[in-house]
Design a binder for this molecule. Structure first.
Ligand code: NAD
Length: 377
């Protein structure tokens, strides 16, 4: 089988779906690899490195004969037309609310796989793109905040006086939030955090941060079997808002990461809360692509809201593209490997595999994923 890795067409996407290491791995599995010229440049991977790893450097039109296309973003309509029927396309598909795009992939006869739907089970841990990318996004959120902050992060006691430690509050202590806590702690900040899942409490404490939350009966039941948060009741949200409002007024930097799978991001920070912060305060909203946790956040830029710099950069992991691509490519190749028949050196879909069932959006001309209107096959 032939595996094609294109250069991403979205201008705001610096990541690439392969690294020299993963190309080597795919070639080692007996498959042929074609990488579009320049695909890795924004992730600091020159064509020569892909070539050395065993890939052929090609053009966008090399997508046509490919049996497998590995991508970062969901293919555009134009890209879909450049693939052959029956091709396997694996990417971060952003499937929720994008029914038309899913239908287009079905109509083109593609077997489209959404990496972000990978189940969070031990076997699939090394294929978990939400974790690999959120971890880097959490790190980068703190770096961006530190850069925009006009004060030093750690406490410094000098002959000329003392600089106090920055107070950082992280809202949502999942993968991104926990890394943001760890990074802010390494920079010497005084860190606190909140989440609606009770399991987060211990994880926050183990990183040396203070846990702040309304811990009522609803909180104790807020985690789903999959480990994700539930959407909280209006009553809980009001109680939580009152508690965090007092806390936020004393913070220098807030970093929000709260998401609920398949739902808009919960609104956690109001304009009023921002207005209570002191001059020079910073807020970073990692949930901006899902509507944002912070009122007034603007996707793709730093906005000034009630005197607070609110950072709404999209694709935060893409701002550490070289690291993000390396981990994403590894996630992809680990998944691809489960589909390779080592004898015949071809890729085949095992419809019985739970990873396939969880991630396959379209197949054989149909939408097959039950969450998106398909009848599971
Ligand atoms: P996520 O990106 O879906 O959400 C980020 C965080 O926001 C979550 O911790 C969530 O509880 C929190 N949140 C939602 N609503 C909130 C609100 N109103 N206020 C405050 N916080 C709110 O979550 P994630 O980072 O993908 O992680 C979810 C869980 O899955 C975590 O427990 C994580 O450790 C776990 N996980 C498990 C595996 C595995 O077992 N293989 C892999 C990755 C993550």
């Amino acid at each position: 089988s032939i595996v094609f890795i294109p250069r991403e067409v979205a201008t705001d996407e610096p990541r690439v779906a392969a690294s020299a290491e993963t190309v080597k791995k795919i070639v080692g599995l007996g498959l042929e690899v074609v990488v579009e010229a320049g695909a890795g440049l924004s992730s600091r991977i020159p064509d020569a490195d892909f070539e050395k790893a065993g890939a052929r450097i090609g053009k966008a039109t090399d997508a046509k004969p490919a049996d497998v296309i590995l991508k970062v973003r969901r293919p555009t309509d134009k890209e879909i037309k450049s693939y052959k029927r029956g091709a396997i396309v694996i990417a971060i598909m952003d499937p929720y609310g994008n029914d038309a795009a899913i239908a287009a992939m079905a109509q083109a006869g593609l077997a489209a796989f959404a990496m972000e739907l990978m189940p969070r089970i031990t076997r699939a841990q090394s294929m978990d793109v939400l974790s690999s990318q959120a971890n880097l996004a959490g790190y980068q959120a703190v770096i961006e905040a530190a850069h925009a902050y006009d004060r030093a992060m750690p406490m410094m006691m000098t002959a000329a006086g003392t600089v106090p430690a920055a107070k950082v509050f992280v809202m949502g202590a999942g993968v991104a939030g926990l890394q943001a806590i760890a990074t802010a702690r390494r920079l010497g900040a005084a860190v606190s955090a909140t989440d609606v899942r009770p399991a987060a409490k211990e994880q926050v404490a183990s990183l040396g941060a203070k846990f702040v939350a309304v811990e009522d009966e609803e909180f104790k039941a807020a985690e789903t079997a999959g480990g994700y948060a539930k959407e909280m009741s209006k009553e809980y949200q009001a109680k939580q808002a009152a508690l965090v409002a007092d806390h936020i007024a004393k913070q220098d930097i807030i970093i929000t990461t709260a998401l609920i799978p398949g739902r808009p991001a919960p609104r956690l920070v109001s304009r009023e809360m921002l207005a209570s912060m002191r001059p020079g305060a910073i807020a970073v909203d990692l949930a901006v692509e899902r509507g944002g946790n912070i009122e007034g956040v603007e996707a793709g830029r730093m906005a000034e809201v009630e005197g607070v710099k609110v950072i709404g950069f999209a694709n935060m992991a893409g701002r550490v593209a070289a690291s993000a691509s390396a981990l994403y490519a590894k996630n992809l190749v680990t998944f691809l490997e489960t589909m390779v028949d080592k004898q015949s050196k071809t890729v085949a879909i095992n419809h019985e595999d739970e990873l396939v069932k969880a991630t396959m959006l379209t197949h054989g001309g149909e939408v097959v994923h039950p969450n998106f209107g398909g009848a599971a096959v």
